[in-house]
Ligand binder design. Structure first.
Ligand SMILES: [Cu+2]
Length: 66
């Protein structure tokens, strides 16, 4: 199922790459697409991923869930 989350703090292509990499590292997350202008990331959730897991990975990469 496709899922979209809001991400705060992205300002350039480097941020997009960092967020993409962080999300791709999560089991159950596939086909990550990050939209810099919208401050959003969309991915296919192939098995349940908790908000806490997403928050931790995003924060470890230096950004925040919005
Ligand atoms: Cu950046």
């Amino acid at each position: 199922m496709a899922r979209t989350i809001r991400i705060k703090g992205m300002s350039c292509a480097h941020c997009v790459m960092a967020v993409t990499k962080a999300l791709k590292g999560i089991e159950g997350v596939e086909n990550v697409s990050v939209n810099l202008e919208k401050g959003e990331a969309t991915f296919d959730e192939t098995r349940p991923v908790t908000m806490e897991t997403l928050r931790r990975r995003i924060e470890d990469a230096g950004y925040e869930l919005g």
